[in-house]
Design a protein around this ligand. Structure first.
Ligand code: C5P
Length: 505
């Protein structure tokens, strides 16, 4: 895929300085006690976690620091915080961005002259809270053009902007106030880095089919960049924190994509995203195969994966279950193989958005009954039944990007899958999960469920046709002690690596 990167993207000078200083303090400052950051040093989880692993402690109040050094981050702080740091006898490292410092100075001077301060910005953002703390918190904060009504007519005004505001908002507020007769001191304090990022993002969004904006969920300037891009590509702008957040299923038909990043996004995050996007060839079709025993978490994980990646989820177990339910409904004996095979060929099974349909009837709830669970492995062990189901599953996979779970996906159904995972967990854990799921819906006990799982494991693993075995090239994941989110993240990482690897072949 053709990937274009905005001319100005990623770390700005103020953020870079703050990070550098933080590393310097943790790595070299051994005589001054612990090093604290007042609030997360930047709005980027990955960077904050990395620094915290090295020893940086994030605090919310100065009173949380016992002794040692406090770093003031690039967003800056109210005037009073400097006093608090001094009163507590703490060492101060000030990494307030020089552009923010300048706004604090402007505000402080005009406030001293008795002028009314107006801050164009987000009132909950730390930079704005900090600025307002240099005019005794008497500043009027506005974030939308219509709010100019709140600005008094009878005072001299000093108007500044948060450094990361949209330049268009600043201009439209200026236009709204053009006819006021009072004295207004205007300061366009939107920083150059922000203006450059917004301008180059705008240029790029006009040229490509899709825009990817990389940055922290709480990063103001990143969100603003996404807004700029949405002006051109309302439904094709994706805001992500890291490359594993990319909804890859939506990208395989794209010819060109633009990438930009907020001022608190590290270079590595941009490089990883660009590398992955470049590895995609137009028209790629991807398949993730997940096999494993009952209760290992296959369907939950597969569903989450499909949602995150924008793939189609295919629950093949549900297909065997639907057929089993149909067989029971038709009063067919479980040892009447000929009739079962005839029924398998005569019925139509469709999967649509998590629901299962049998000849058009929604049977999603019925197929989870204990009676169906008890007989499904017998039905699934019949060779001609499997043949019919496998054919149907393969047909669905040719048309979509799929996450498919079952028992024979990696070994039989999708032998060429992009990624194969064999998901397991101890039988006790699997029985516990199933029991939790079923206890309010059906009358059953943990022991009963555990026994049923063991029997199903045995039947699935020892059957003659397509038994449950891991494919040779499957990655094994034991989910016993992992959360759903951890397993999903692990699989997406593996999958992205696979796409990159395949593109090098
Ligand atoms: O995944 P679930 O527990 O709903 O599957 C029900 C049963 O369907 C399994 O125990 C297995 O016997 C059968 N099955 C299969 N091959 C698949 C999926 C499920 O044999 N691909």
């Amino acid at each position: 895929m053709n990937v274009l990167i905005a001319e100005h993207a990623g770390f700005c000078f103020g953020v870079e300085k703050a990070i550098e200083k933080a590393y310097e303090e943790i790595d070299t400052n051994v005589i001054n006690g612990p090093v604290y950051s007042l609030g997360p040093i930047i709005h980027n989880h990955q960077v904050v976690e990395q620094l915290e692993r090295r020893g940086l402690r994030t605090i919310n109040e100065i009173s949380d620091a016992e002794n040692g050094t406090v770093i003031i981050r690039s967003h800056g702080v109210p005037e009073i915080t400097y006093k608090e740091i001094e009163n507590r006898g703490l060492r101060l490292v000030d990494t307030t961005c020089p552009f923010v410092k300048k706004i604090q100075r402007i505000v402080s001077e005009h406030h001293a002259k008795g002028h009314r301060i107006v801050i164009i910005g987000n009132r909950t953002h730390p930079e704005v809270i900090g600025i307002n703390g240099w005019c005794n918190n008497e500043g009027l904060v506005i974030s939308e053009t219509h709010e100019v009504e709140k600005i008094p007519h009878d005072e001299t005004l000093c108007i500044v902007a948060q450094t990361t505001m949209l330049i268009g908002l600043f201009q439209s507020i200026k236009n709204e106030l053009a006819n006021r007769i009072q004295t207004i001191h205007w300061y366009n304090t939107i920083c150059l880095a922000t203006q450059d990022r917004q301008q180059t993002a705008r240029d790029l969004a006009g040229k490509v089919g899709v825009m990817v904006v990389i940055g922290g969920k709480h990063s103001s300037n990143t969100k603003k960049l996404a807004e700029v891009c949405k002006g051109y590509l309302p439904n094709e702008t994706y805001l992500i924190e890291k490359y594993t957040d990319l909804p890859l299923g939506l990208f395989s038909e794209e010819e060109s994509v633009g990438v930009t990043a907020g001022a608190s996004t590290p270079k590595k995050a941009i490089e990883n995203t660009v590398e992955l996007l470049r590895a995609i060839s137009t028209g790629d079709k991807w398949q993730i195969a997940i096999d494993g025993p009952a209760g290992a978490g296959k369907s939950t994980i597969a569903r989450h994966l499909a949602e995150r990646l924008h793939f189609v989820y295919i629950d093949t177990g549900a297909m065997y279950r639907a057929l089993t339910w149909y067989i029971i409904e038709n009063k067919c004996e479980m040892d009447n193989i000929d009739q079962i095979v005839t029924l398998a060929h005569s019925v139509r099974i469709d999967l649509k958005q998590d629901r299962v349909y049998l000849d058009g009837k929604d049977v999603s709830d019925e197929i989870r009954s204990l009676q169906v669970t008890e007989h499904v492995s017998t039905v699934a062990s019949i060779k001609d039944v499997r043949k019919a189901m496998v054919k149907l599953q393969q047909k669905i996979a040719t048309k979509n990007h799929v996450v498919m779970d079952g028992r024979d996906i990696g070994t039989v159904v999708l032998q060429e899958a992009t990624l194969k995972v064999f998901l397991t967990a101890t039988v006790e854990e699997r029985a516990r999960r199933r029991f939790e799921e079923l206890k309010n819906k059906t009358e059953t006990t943990y022991d009963e469920i555990k026994k049923q799982i063991e029997e199903r494991d045995h039947a699935d693993e020892t059957r003659e046709h397509d038994p449950l075995i891991p494919a040779n090239d499957a990655v094994h994941i034991d989910s016993t002690r992992l959360s759903i989110e951890e397993v999903v993240e692990k699989i997406i990482l593996l999958f992205c690596d696979r796409i990159k690897l395949n593109s090098r072949k």
